[in-house]
Design a protein around this ligand. Sequence first.
Ligand code: ADP
Ligand code: MG
Length: 638
Amino acid sequence: MEDIRDILKQYWGYDAFRSLQEEIILSVLSGKDTLALMPTGGGKSITYQVAGLAKEGICVVITPLIALMKDQVEDLKRRQIQAEAVYTGMEREHVESVINKCIFSPVKFLYISPERLASERFRIKLKQMKVSLFAVDEAHCISQWGYDFRPSYLRIAEVRTFFPEAPVLALTATATPDVVEDIQKQLHFTCPNVLSKSFRRENISYVVRNVNDKLGELLHILSKLQASAIVYVRKRNTAEQLARFLSENGVKADFYHAGLIARQRTQRQEDWKNDITPVIVATNAFGMGIDKPDVRIVVHFDIPDCPEAYFQEAGRAGRDGKRAYAVLLCNPAAVTALKSRITKGFPEKKYIRQVYEALGNYFQIAEGSGAGYAFEFDTDAFVRDFGLDYVRTFSAIQILQVGGYLECTTDINSRSRINFTISREALAYFRPDDDLQNRIIELLMRRYPGIFTQYVWISEDYLAQEAGVKRKEIYETLIALAKRRIISYVPGNERPYIVYHQPRLPVSYLTIGKAAYEDRKKAYASKIKEMVRYIEDSSRCRQLVLMDYFGQKEKKGCGICDVCLETKKHTTSGDKTRIEDEIIAILMNKDTDLKILVHRLEEQFDRELVVATVRNLLDKGKIYYKTPLLLSVKKMNV
Ligand code: ADP
Ligand code: MG
């Protein structure tokens, strides 16, 4: 086996592992199933990548977002590592060719979305690969106690039985103790094995601002700061309104949400990354996989549902290790609204049945059929046509999803379409601008029969592979051909789809079990309660409250959150006397190293105050240095 440090150096050029990375890799290489908990930006990807390279065979990576998948694959290819991805919406021939490559060539990484595991075709092919490791990214998605349950993740346990020798490496940035246990259970870990990095973020100052005028406060904060910032909101139109409000008031801002078409999203993300628009107002659609180091502030204009989401989003601040802020804006009305989300999130079962029935009618599925089919889902039209409520409908779909009936996913790219607008004969007279145009035209004619008479689905990725160029070049060439009125080109878009996992049932057969409803409602309510506690408890360090939630019991406050700062301000002379007394008491007992002394006291008192008191006692001559490090007390003075 190659040395893992050499691998890191050879492919990434890094000299050392970050803390915990090496432990994780060694654990996996010793064949143990491993769950790695590391905050966002901690460097999780490298752990399975290095482990995968160190092992013979292919590493199958299960990850929920297509965009992330493509980034990772491109990144690996750039490092001369063979990597491929397969996702729903890819042209069938393209899928086949990628999968065959994984069987017959030395591909090291295959990225798949969890939905792929359901395909029998894929499972048969998978068995023929030489899988050395399963990496499960965003592993909390496997647990329905987590905050982003994806039922397809549950299939991982089935496919891992094909390769009893291959360990699983599960990775996540957020998991409560319950979820940590559940992940290991659902992935069939042979032994419990969790490696976790502290969730403490030394440089993030968490702040909760209770203000009536949230808008005014937001403007105030952002005008003062003038740095890269993310403002999180819950609703798309709030994102648009806030961005406009900020721009009108002199703060350069843009908005981002899942309603924008892919190209706009990429553009806005780029502009923000390059500080052209320093402030982005976004829904939670923004952020996964974003790796901008110098975000100085993350403001939550609305309260998130749970500490997991809050921690993830706030954690996008200050990846460079320099001081950053995570500010949550709220007021009593917002807290009331937060609590009311429980009833909205869990509509009556009657309502859920109504939504199920409406979906079946909308897609025109006959009872007993529909299993395995995906239907493009125009949410707005659906809700409008059936006179439903948007939020409750989504909640109902979520519950049906947990029940295993269907799944709503944006994972499928609605595919691009092309139709030649001139006849085959006329095309003979067309003069292409360049050779690529020529090749693309030939490919289109050869690969897509019927393209002269009607629109056919095409895949830019497939064409890119066939032509041996980048997807972007294909896209640009197609646009150019469209401009020259040779073809009509409708680029694809990421739209939500509903996939039926079971045939449509008569509605009276639909059962919504305790596990899908009552238990989850209780869990959701308790997460909301935790959020309220985070907001309202002004006696505990915010950092410690969050760490405690993730099962990390520590006592040392951060010293920079609003609670710690407030406590410092109110440190009374009484506290100072108590610290003095403690120091003297410790030194009376035993001469003590300064560092150890401070360490012992900083659990109870503010560190700076302890240091100041030591200095003060030294000045007053009550204590002295016996050796350059050892403090002692003047016994006769006491
Ligand atoms: P996560 O998935 O935990 O959020 P990533 O895997 O995306 O984090 O890594 C975040 C960044 O840290 C990446 O740019 C990666 O290249 C970098 N990184 C990871 N490990 C190291 C290391 N040992 N030395 C230097 N940079 C690293
Ligand atoms: Mg990651």
